[in-house]
Design a binder for this molecule. Structure first.
Ligand code: ATP
Length: 355
């Protein structure tokens, strides 16, 4: 397998720059998710990696080989799209076999490849069925299987779950997770859905306005966003942001009525403008805490793992806090909130994190 290296890659459509000077390496045998809002350039970047689009500037390498001008059919890649690409009026087994016929495999090897892929994707029991008999999610599994069975070195997924009905979505996501854990290929997966990215990625490349603005493991980006955009885009709910009037800067020290302790940011303190905190980083108490800020509970809902999500009003500012079942269940109309320093990320006026 090989890694994929993008060197100063730019794509312009007329005057519009869809992808801006991207320098990025996708590690071999890993799952890299290109994540970002609609129109940020994810698909364009992936189409350049596949050869369906040529960069206006820059170079693309697979391992040591430059592929910038190599046509798609010679790049040895698999591609899965939003809508399943499969043969109608034929069985699942035939669908999986057909892309392999050009490889002139023995019957035993052909069966082995098909059955292995079917097993990983949970298609074994439907191998004899015609695709018309199956739901959309299963058809997409067949499309995935067709690409995986060919054993290309790189497999590209362009929003493969987006157009699948809700009931099949979860099952398909589970199957892809299982599949990715077993494949050795380099996988690139495009989505605008942060939950999908957090579930499937070894590495997320977060895109905004044609640029990769942060790339790291899902956990690292979630815990240490390098911008307000990253803090807001990842997580459900996204990070809370508290405006400048919540902090007081005095030399290198920053205090806030919500902070459990003074924070020393050294020379960087003067550039702090807002701060961010995740919903689970807010301490909530029913009884008054010295130094805590009083908040009104405007809504409470029970979420994953029995935890409660609280909407809190701090005067006119609404924030979200995630608390344990026992606190959430007993919560009264007013609560006191504090934040520990390790749960705080400061941002400057431009929205960049201050580390
Ligand atoms: P989505 O999730 O909606 O597909 P995306 O992040 O994949 O969005 P792209 O499809 O890469 O975004 O598009 C990036 C920008 O480039 C968009 O503004 C889009 O309108 C523009 N664009 C893409 N392809 C073309 C094209 N062939 N001609 C002109 N503009 C294009």
């Amino acid at each position: 397998m090989y890694d994929i290296r993008l060197e100063n890659v730019t794509k312009k459509f007329g005057d519009f720059t869809a992808v801006k000077n991207v320098n990025f390496t996708i590690p071999k045998s890993s799952v890299t998710v290109l994540l970002g809002p609609s129109g940020c350039g994810k698909t364009t970047l992936m189409r350049m990696i596949s050869g369906l689009e040529s960069p206006t500037e820059g170079k693309i390498f697979f391992g040591d080989h430059e592929v910038t001008n190599v046509p798609t059919r010679r790049r040895n890649i698999g591609m899965v799209f939003q809508y399943p690409v499969i043969y109608r009026n034929t069985s699942v087994r035939k669908n999986l076999e057909l892309p392999l016929l050009s490889e002139k495999l023995s019957k035993a090897e052909l069966d082995k490849r098909v059955e292995e892929v079917a097993e990983i994707l949970g298609l074994t029991d439907v191998l004899k069925k015609f695709v018309e008999e199956l739901d959309n999610g299963t058809r997409q599994k067949i499309a995935v299987g067709r690409e995986v069975a060919r054993q290309p070195r790189i497999i590209l997924f362009d929003e493969p779950i987006t157009n699948i009905d809700l009931t099949s979505k979860l099952e398909l996501k589970r199957s892809l997770k299982e599949l990715f854990g077993r494949l050795q290929q380099t996988i690139i997966y495009v989505t605008h859905d942060q939950t999908e990215a957090m579930t499937l990625a070894d590495q997320i490349a977060l895109m905004q306005d044609g640029e990769i603005t942060q790339s790291d493991s899902p956990k690292e980006i979630y815990e240490n966003p390098n911008s307000q955009f990253a803090g807001w885009f990842l997580g459900n709910p996204g990070m809370n942001f508290l405006p400048p009037n919540f902090i007081k800067i005095s030399g290198s020290k920053i205090t806030s009525p919500m902070f459990s302790q003074t924070i020393d940011l050294g020379a960087k303190a003067s550039s702090a403008d807002t701060f961010g905190v995740r919903a689970e980083g807010i301490n909530v108490s029913n009884s008054e805490i010295k130094g805590g800020v009083k908040a009104r509970v405007t809504r409470k809902s029970i979420g994953a793992g029995g935890q409660y999500l609280l909407d809190l009003a701090l005067d006119n500012l609404l924030i979200k806090a995630r608390v344990s079942h026992s606190i959430g269940r007993a919560v009264s109309d007013s609560v006191w909130t504090t934040i520990e320093s390790e749960n705080i990320t400061f941002f400057d006026k431009s929205g960049k994190a201050i580390n």
